[in-house]
Ligand binder design. Structure first.
Ligand code: NAG
Ligand code: NAG
Length: 369
């Protein structure tokens, strides 16, 4: 009798899972070889100065970087770590067009992805002073493609519109991005992804938390409400801390400034990296997120973008604070482009990371867990 009940419950669970799977992405899972690999694409900054030759050319360059990394690494998931577009440079009503272009190298290869917001994604347009000619009338440089119905606009595309368009257009079921809980607005990209075990098919073997670190239309902070949300999610999904956890947001927390190697100095162990060419530009305040994370031994590392001239990982308590690597030709800085790769093994659990450059070389290998 108990056996029969179990069978019935199992078949109902399968039916329910199948129903939920329609129109939503396939679950993430460790591969046959027991590994799961992420590529982090940080700070692509698409759409800069579309009225020039160099703006569109630099987006093509960023597309080539992503293609090179994807073909060399064949990741299981791409994490777009914020600043996909430079909205303050986009005099158009709808930045979703550029957002979509940023995703296309990954989508074309059938690779799933997840996005979070940076401080530039929903900014409103900033008029270049040089447009204000001696005649005193700014020429309006709408992109050539704009139709009369979508004249120039200078307000920026809100986070909700960007994410909703991404999800609605995802006919292939590759986007794992989510609109976070309403209580956390104006922060939007707050969500959790679980990677299932290769061995125990129903069980998660890795939990990834994505947080909106603000900027653009509101201050650069992780709120107390986000801290409480993280605590309740992690308590619910992983009460005994048995499952390893990774964290992703865009703007480094103030803790990054505390552990950073002295700016412009050589990066020494235990820190590992190749770029240390500017000061950490941290969030405006710390409202408890770092304490909440440092209390959980299951949290192995945090990954951020934002500082294009930094690409190190340094320890903080028992976890690692890591920068990604500037991937885009857009945004400030001319350092060679690349992407941080993060590879997990399920059993025994380990996290390895390195940086893959546009020209195919790799460096800054490190074991994070
Ligand atoms: C922007 O584009 C998306 C997707 O095509 C659409 O859903 C949305 O309504 C557009 N927003 C504006 C303001 O045109
Ligand atoms: C690739 O680029 C890096 C700079 O990122 C450079 O140090 C290295 O020599 C280049 N390797 C090749 C094979 O071109």
């Amino acid at each position: 009798m108990r056996w029969w009940h179990g069978r019935l419950a199992a078949s109902l669970a399968v039916l329910l899972a199948a129903a939920l799977a329609l129109g939503s992405p396939a679950p993430l899972r460790f591969a046959q070889d027991g590994r799961f690999k992420l590529a982090l694409f940080a700070d692509l900054h698409y759409g800069e100065s579309a009225w020039t030759d160099w703006g569109p050319a630099q987006d093509d360059g960023s597309g080539r970087v992503m293609a090179a990394v994807l073909d060399a690494e064949k990741p299981d998931l791409v994490v777009y770590l914020g600043d996909l577009v430079t909205a303050n440079n986009l005099p158009i009503p709808n930045a979703t067009l550029y957002w979509d272009r940023v995703l296309s190298p990954t989508r074309r290869r059938g690779i799933p992805w997840a996005t979070i917001f940076g401080n530039h994604d929903d900014m409103s347009f900033e008029w270049p002073p040089e447009w204000f000619s001696p005649a005193g009338i700014p020429p309006v440089h709408c992109p050539p493609s704009s139709t009369p119905a979508s004249r120039c606009s200078f307000r920026g595309t809100p986070r909700m519109e960007l994410i909703t368009a991404e999800i609605n257009r995802d006919s292939a079921g590759l986007s794992h991005s989510s609109v976070g809980p309403k209580e956390l607005w104006p922060g939007v990209s707050n969500y959790v992804l679980q990677v299932l075990s290769r061995e125990k098919v129903q069980d998660p073997a890795l939990i990834m938390y994505f947080l909106d670190s603000g900027g653009g239309s509101y201050p650069e902070v992780i709120s107390g409400a986000q801290v409480r949300w993280f605590q309740s999610q992690s308590q619910f999904l992983n009460p005994d801390g048995r499952i390893p956890e990774l964290i992703f947001w865009h703007i480094p927390s103030t803790a990054y400034a505390k552990v950073a190697p002295k700016p412009k100095s050589k990066i020494r162990r235990p820190c590992v990296g190749s770029l240390n060419l500017e000061d950490v530009a941290p969030q405006e305040a710390e409202w408890g997120m770092m304490d909440a994370l440092a209390k959980r031994p299951s949290v192995k590392a945090i990954f951020v973008g934002h500082n294009h001239g930094l690409d190190w990982c340094c320890p903080y308590d028992k976890l690692w604070l890591c920068y990604a690597r500037h991937t885009g030709y857009g945004g400030y800085g001319d350092w060679p482009r690349g992407a941080r790769i993060v590879e997990m093994s399920e059993n025994p659990f380990s996290v390895k990371s390195w940086i893959r450059m546009e020209n195919g070389s790799t460096h800054s290998h490190i074991v994070l867990a």
